[in-house]
Every structure is written in C-alpha cells, then in structure tokens.
Design a protein. Structure first.
Length: 309
C-alpha cells in the first residue's frame, strides 16, 4: 500500500515589526485552512513565522530582545492555530523564536521549528544548528543579520521522527546550505525534510552572490533531496519586509531533485503536492544505497571531527 501524504508549503509574505502574534496567527490559520481545503495533511510554515525577522536590527536591551521570543508553545496567541489544525485534522510545522529558562535560571534563546501531528500532539522540536550572520552590531551594513547575537546553536543536532506515516526531519534556513544537514538525517532514513527560511536578497559579505540567491536556494534544496533520497520542502518568508527584500521561491522537491510544486508570488501562498513516500526507495535502494556503496572510513576528515557516521 503506497504511503501518500499531501503536503502544503505555506509561504508567508512580509511580517511587519508592529504586526502582533495574533495578527500572524490569523494569517497562518488562513493559510492552514486554504491548505486543508486542498487536501493537505501537513502544512509547513516558514522560519520565525510569528514575528518580523528581528535579527535585521541590533539591540542590547534584554527586554527588547526577549520580546521577540516565546516562552511557551502553544501559548495564548498561538493556541487558536493549534485548535483549528486539530479541528481540521491537519498537522503543521512552525518556526518561531524560543526562550528556554533553565531550572538554574539560565536563559537560552533558540531559532526553533516544531512538528505537530494531526491530533494536535507536538511530536518533534528542532533548534537551528547553523547560526549565520554576526555577533555584534555592524552599523556599516544596510541592515543587520545578527542571528549570532540573538540565538545560540541548538544542542540536539538533526533528528528524524516517525510521523505522518513516514520518517520526518526538520532544518532551518542556513542549515539548508550545509550538506551535513541532509546527510545526518539521510543516515537516519529520513523521507521528508521540512525547512523554513528568511533569506535577504542582499548578502553584505559578498554582494556578487545577490544575483544567485534564487539559484543557490533551489540548488541546495534539490541536491539535499537527491543525494539523500528524500523529499525536501523549502518554505520562505519573502517579499519586502521592513525595507529588506527577501527571497520567496518556496518549493517542494522530490528525491529525484525535481520540483513537484512551487509558489509563484512573494506573498502568502500555499504550494501543494501529493507525495508518495515510497518513491524515496527508487533512490535509497539504488544509486544511494548507503549500506552498499558508502565507505565511511574514507570520509576520515569528517570522522576526525567526530561528526561523521
Ligand atoms: N538566513 C540566511 C540563509 O542562509 C543568509 C543567511 C542571508 C545567507 C543572506 C545568504 C544571504 O538563507 C538565515 N536566516 O539563515
């Protein structure tokens, strides 16, 4: 019996600095309902989907910093989204800024994505590993990308969960540019990787890359899918957000590396595809049969770092 799963990639347009969590939840719920009306069982939202991309500004004010973060999930503002999803029997993946206060009072800030099953249960949580940008204020930039000031890397690495009838993993934005992201999950038998992103079209360290933003985005998503025999869903928060033009081009990639659905606007839009999770085996049991063709001992540079399998 084929394992089909209909997935919606729910792209968001800009979120304004003054847009409330409640305002975002209204938009997210509308996207969810659109996706559900088109048969979706799983809806994937972007990175930091509850706020504007606040690392574009630098502040040392602790209260202002933490005003962008969620201490609980769900919480008062997001409970309506969880309730509506459960009512519709639709699962979702949501990106947000997570504040964790340890028993010892330590405070940790993560760039987080959760996976919520169709019964409303949160079955997975991922905290972004590759934190891009810079640690301190760089006033010479047209806008900041101070993620390394706001977030610490997730401590757990890349996990894969049994959910939605398959093996599901998550990654966030810059993670998608690193091959290890996909390979670690590929070695855990992933069949569907969910990735939200916020990607400005201007890259201050090397502006000649600006014209290649769309190419590089689809390049890494397609390669990650193909080289690990998995579906990959890349979901943008795009458009001109607080004056910063950000990449959209949300798309769903098959294990062949082909695009099976994509968004055509830079706003709130759902791209839908009915995935056959068994299709992964056409690549995992042939070209990329890891047990038969991979030689881990020859990947010694990675092994020396202790990261390889
Ligand atoms: N954003 C970016 C990304 O990797 C970036 C970092 C910005 C890369 C601009 C290139 C150009 O897509 C996040 N949020 O990781």
């Amino acid at each position: 019996m084929a394992r089909h799963l209909t997935v919606g990639a729910a792209q968001m347009g800009p979120i304004g600095r003054d847009e409330s969590r409640a305002d975002c939840v209204v938009r997210l719920t509308s996207l969810l309902e659109d996706a559900a009306s088109r048969g979706c069982e799983l809806v994937v939202f972007p990175e930091l989907a509850l706020t504007t991309f606040f690392p574009r500004w630098f502040t040392d004010d602790a209260d202002e910093m933490e005003s962008w973060f969620e201490a609980d999930m769900p919480n008062t503002a997001t409970q309506p989204l969880f309730d509506r999803a459960k009512e519709l029997g639709v699962g979702f993946s949501l990106g947000y800024a997570e504040l964790v206060v340890g028993a010892d009072g330590t405070r940790h800030r993560y760039n987080t994505q959760i996976l919520v099953e169709r019964d409303g249960t949160t079955v997975g949580k991922y905290r972004k590993v590759h934190i891009p940008g810079h640690e301190s204020n760089e006033p010479g930039r047209p806008f900041q990308h101070a993620e390394r000031h706001y977030f610490e890397p997730g401590p757990d690495g890349f996990e894969v969960w049994n959910a939605f009838g398959g093996r599901v993993g998550m990654a966030i934005c810059n993670d998608r540019r690193w091959p290890e992201t996909y390979r670690v999950m590929g070695l855990k038998g992933v069949e569907l990787i969910l990735i939200g992103y916020n990607t400005p079209l201007h890259y201050e360290p090397d502006p000649q890359q600006n014209a290649l933003a769309g190419f590089h985005n689809h390049l890494v998503l397609a390669a990650g899918a193909y080289q690990n025999g998995t579906y990959v869903v890349g979901v943008a928060k795009g458009g001109i957000e607080e004056g910063v033009d950000s990449l959209a081009q949300t798309a769903i990639f098959a294990p062949s590396g082909q695009i099976v659905a994509q968004c055509i606007t830079t706003g709130d839009e759902v791209a839908v595809a009915r995935l056959d999770l068994d299709f992964c085996s056409f690549y995992n049991n042939t070209l990329f049969d890891f047990d038969r063709y991979r030689i881990p001992k020859h990947y010694r540079l990675i092994a020396e770092e202790g990261g390889g399998a």
